[in-house]
Design a binder for this molecule. Structure first.
Ligand SMILES: Nc1nc2c(c(=O)[nH]1)N[C@H]1C(S)=C(S)[C@@H](COP(=O)(O)O)O[C@H]1N2
Ligand SMILES: [Mo]
Length: 454
């Protein structure tokens, strides 16, 4: 029985990459290398990606060419309903760049395409947006905004933002904020939740005070071991008694001199959409800990159990589980430091360069949760050879690591540039999303972009 091929090879790669391979190459390719196959397959693949493939002999079987993987990077993405509009939906929101990609409308979630993250400091207009509930009205008088610190403390604090600014020493740090689910779309089978590619991250200059300074003046009791965060954004249901999100961290993280209560972003008053007038920032940990529209921190004598702390939310497996299988709640631990990740910010995926171009300058960024980036390597031949990138200076701890490198290409044609970072512990990004878990955390697959020359 032969299916009539009505879908384009691009659509087929999106919907069923193994079948697409079989169609393109005339048989199931399995994990073999595509280049060892007959010339017709190679011709079909070349036609599909728009050029000859100089390193075709190294191209792994079953790999969706980067040229086609742009919008649905998952190896087997959920079927796209026939009624769904084609292609990415772009965000239309005051003050936001119209190239941000909406990955959820209710609540509003939008990510930044990697090539828009090419600035050393991510401009506010390009910064990703992640809400779990409704976006509150903008505060009329930010300096009158009240914050409470209570629970396991000797002196409960009730302070306005104005007083907080006056009383404590301010600091500015350029630091990465990254959603815990960044990279989720690379899991196979698909994991549930917002299908982030790599754009649930940005690096901004945050101005505020150290949480540790405020905690010191409250006097944390020895019994106070965990924070719990509260805010004013309404749950999607509109029920004021149901918190939208309430996460917390271990005391050691709260006392880190880079954990902050912030009111400015890139020198501007913190925009409402980013939690203004005041939010938390815990760099290196899942963005969900960085409570927006902060109203209260309650210190607890045990691990916090608010919405976002339990089940498989923001948790990784302890022992590997069967991908797609049933989760055993006892086999999960809280995700703290985010895994190492790098992105290629220039050129953009699908870039077309003039015929005869033999050198391409690559730029990117890398970061590694609580750790630092030891190295970034790039490959243009499907990972057979790698070349180290030059790492730029960082401003401060938790700043992202900008990198650049020039790569030589032997001829015109279709290339994929791959980049992988290694952290200070020696952990490196994998080829496929590791340690499958139902809610898709820790998906730090190497980033790759398609480049067509000529
Ligand atoms: N009050 C509140 N804080 C919140 C959220 C939220 O829904 N409500 N989302 C969290 C999540 S999951 C992330 S990744 C970051 C996103 O911050 P941003 O929208 O400024 O990029 O905010 C966190 N803080
Ligand atoms: Mo998040």
């Amino acid at each position: 029985m032969t299916d009539k091929i009505e879908r384009s090879i691009e659509e087929l790669y999106r919907d069923d990459p193994l079948r697409a391979d079989a169609v393109a190459f005339g048989r199931e390719t399995g994990p073999s290398r595509r280049g060892f196959l007959g010339g017709t397959g190679l011709a079909a693949m070349s036609a599909a990606v728009g050029g000859t493939i100089p390193f075709a002999a190294n191209m792994p079987g079953g790999l969706i060419p980067a040229a086609m993987a742009q919008t649905s990077p998952a190896a087997s993405p959920p079927p796209i309903p026939a009624t769904a509009p084609k292609g990415p939906q772009y965000l239309k929101y005051p003050g936001k760049n119209d190239k941000l990609v909406v990955i959820g409308e209710r609540p509003l979630v939008a990510e930044t395409p990697e090539n828009l993250l090419d600035d050393d400091t991510t401009p506010i207009e390009k910064f990703f947006v992640r809400n779990n509930g409704q976006i509150p009205e903008e505060a009329k008088d930010p300096d009158k905004w009240k914050i409470t610190l209570d629970g396991e403390v000797n002196n409960k604090i009730e302070i306005t933002l104005g007083e907080l600014k006056a009383k404590y020493k301010a600091q500015t740090r350029r630091m990465v904020l990254e959603c815990g689910g960044n990279g989720r779309s690379f899991f196979s089978p698909p994991a549930s939740g917002n299908q982030w590619t790599n754009g649930g991250a940005g690096c901004a200059e945050w101005t505020g005070v150290r949480l540790a300074d405020v905690f010191k003046s409250a006097g944390i009791k020895p019994s106070g071991i965990y924070t719990s965060h509260y805010s004013s954004d309404l749950h999607l249901s509109g029920n004021a008694n149901t918190p939208t999100l309430s996460r917390g961290v271990r005391m050691a993280k709260a006392m880190d001199p880079d954990s902050m209560i912030v009111w400015a972003m890139n020198g501007q008053p913190l925009p409402n959409i980013h939690g203004g007038p005041v939010r938390l920032i815990y760099p290196g940990w899942p963005g969900s800990a960085s409570q927006k529209w902060l109203t209260r921190i309650t210190i607890r004598d045990k691990e916090h159990d608010g919405p976002g702390m339990t089940g498989t939310s923001y948790r990784l497996t302890i022992n590997p589980m069967v991908p797609g299988g049933k989760a055993d709640p006892k086999n999960f631990k809280i995700l703290e430091s985010m895994p190492v990740r790098s992105i290629i910010t220039s050129p953009a995926n699908g870039a077309k360069l003039a015929a005869g171009t033999r050198e391409v300058k690559l730029r990117g960024a890398a970061w590694a949760g609580d750790f630092t980036v030891r190295r970034v390597d790039v490959s243009t031949d499907y990972g057979v050879t790698w070349q180290p990138a030059k790492l730029e200076k960082t401003k401060n701890r938790y700043d992202w690591q900008r990198w650049n490198v020039a790569v030589k290409l032997p001829s015109d044609g279709y290339y994929e540039v791959w980049a992988r970072a290694t952290d200070s512990r020696g952990q490196m990004q994998p080829h496929v999303a590791p340690n499958w878990n139902p809610s898709g955390y820790g998906g730090n697959t190497m980033h790759r972009v398609a480049v067509l020359i000529g």
